[in-house]
Write a protein that binds this ligand. Sequence first.
Ligand code: NAD
Length: 756
Amino acid sequence: MKNVTLAIDADGIALVTWDMPGRSMNVLDEASIRDYGGAIDEICSNDAIKGVVVTSAKKDFIAGADLAMLGGWSAKVAGLAPVAAAQQIFGWTMSLQTMLRKLETCGKPVASAVPGTALGGGFEVVLATHHRVIAANDKAQLGLPEVKLGLMPGAGGTQRSVRMVGVMTAAPLLMEGKSLAPAEALKMGLVQQVVPAGEIVEAAKTWVKANIAEGERYRAARAAGDKKATASFLPAWDQPKYKLPGGGPQTPTGFPVFMGGGAMIRKNSYGLYEAPKAILSAVYEGVQVPFDAALKIETGYFTKLVLSPQSKNMIRSLFVSKQALEKGAHRPHDVPDMSVKKLGVLGGGGFMGAGIANVAAGAGIEVVVLDQTEEGAAKAKAHAEKEAMGRVAKGRMTETRARELLARITTTADYSKLAGCDLVVEAVFEHPDVKRQVIEAAEQHLPETAVFASNTSTIPISDLAERSKRPERFIGIHFFSPVEKMPLVEIIKGKKTGDAALARALDFVRQMKKTPIVVNDARFFYANRCVLRYIEEAHYMLAEGVKPALIENAARMIGMPVGPLALNDETALDLGVKIAKTTKAALGAAYREHPAEARIEDMVVRLGRLGRKASKGFYEYPERGADGKSNGKKRLWPGLAELFPVAAVQPDVEELKTRYLTVQAVEAVRALADGVVEDVREVDVGAIFGWGFAPWTGGPISYIDTIGPARFLADCDRLAAKFGDRYAAPALLRDIAAKGETFYGRFAGEAEGKAA
Ligand code: NAD
């Protein structure tokens, strides 16, 4: 079976249809590229073909390049010297570029008829046609998202988009990977027509037909030796006197755009990400040379990115591993579908409960919200209503859908209403006695098969399970705040948690469209234990006299989305003090006081600086206006200097950056060594999506493997000697470093084997 077919109609128009057998989506892989190349050869050599329409028989056009193909390329060149490896990748990429260019310049009018989504390489195939007709399909996304995985367009995308609409307009598409709805792409000028879904091929054919004569005239002139001949349907850059919209880098209008572009990359990401820099360079250089040379420039930068460890790490964690976990890599195989139809949320009127209820109702689940009082429970509905109406106002949800969502939420203080729930999640106060009370009350009304889950952040799941009549159906489902935004969910197995409970929790997380990691029961589970290290490191720095602004900026400079002091303000300083107190009680004599602890407690108790919620913490927050929104920016509280006097000599920022990366990564290794997390993919995915650990690294384990376990160990040893045993390397790290192995080398096969 062919991936791409070609049929010629009575007008001499070839209809080229993408329809990869056995797949729900078309992708660019070796076979489909070869088939499309075959169609292009036929189009260019067959005189009976006067014009072309390229379309797809599936609901979407082409989802993008097959990332497995890129992985395969890297594997094939792994043994080669760097230059030879680059030459191979360059050659493979250029062959697709040449194919698309051949179609674009063969002198026959080519239109695309796009029924739905066309992303990445798929959108580049569209851009390499002369006339682009898109279906008015509100699910369709058009764009070049490569940058999000550390890559860039490698089939002419950077050069064609910029030449069509100018650098400024194309920038969000290329540099941020923003995708467009058909109407937006039309407005921008990247596509020419948006028509009802059933009419795309007809509309495309109409355009081709109108240009057949022009094509014939042009081809005849060229055959007769007229080198200056041109056709009106050829791309602007193949027309004489073409000028880049907005001007090139050497023009008064274009120069500031490029200047600003470079500055913007540094401002947004401190230059940590290679892809946006490569894209900007490819555009800067490409627009100054003829189009065919520009494609080679693009291919050069693309090759560099494909071979870079950064893109490999980002693709692995942000795409391959994430998807594998979402598809149930750790779901017990022999348990049938356990999707949740009716959910109970205890403490559902609270901050976390209301978020969980809202997302679940949005996923089509019936939700019973229970709280201490009817009024308390009703807060969940008010929250969901506010959220839904906000989305309606922004045009992101229809009013009907919003009403349906709200109708799925019922609120109560009566436990008997939990009858028939498949799953109950409790998010009541963080106190064992309160938890015990609600577990016992709820279980009286739940069916035997129901699973009980706790959203606790600090209480061991096995301890809570002791309060349950059926500990094998007791589990932790730990959401992060705010529930609507945070993509990760930790599923915590207690000592007695059974397969059915695990399957139920995983199926529920999938319904909620979140990414799960499955962890074993231990203090703070996985993500919080590492993020606490991050915040605590900033407290150490304060105590050492490091300037607060340097503390925050050094963290941003390694790619943390939020500085540790700002993050601490968000999670609340009093919570930190409370956690320190309970940890002290739990550890007894083994507890070691932090040098900043007393002063932070002073901030909370004496000064009422509780963090964001009190509008004062490490930062000062501007007053909120009558609309509830604050205007102006927060700024670091000047009074910090009195509590934490600034040292005369400030440390090198590089040292601070290494400290942040090392202290978080070594804690992640400890979690792996202790068996809290068993799969290196979960260590990486959990870090990026749970607490925003420097996404450019691909996660802590990818970071360690990339710099080399031996070098990481040396960092740990050096920092431990200087700053203390929070940097101490676990035996697992020493062993891997001593044997010259990598973490993925040792663990990945094992993890995937388990999942298979
Ligand atoms: P919250 O105080 O906002 O909400 C708790 C809710 O539980 C309140 O509505 C309260 O009325 C209700 N409640 C208390 N006792 C009850 C009872 N006996 N019966 C029924 N309802 C009762 O607290 P929160 O911040 O939403 O935290 C809830 C849970 O989620 C805690 O276990 C917490 O550790 C965990 N958690 C919180 C966060 C966070 O960032 N806030 C993140 C992850 C997990």
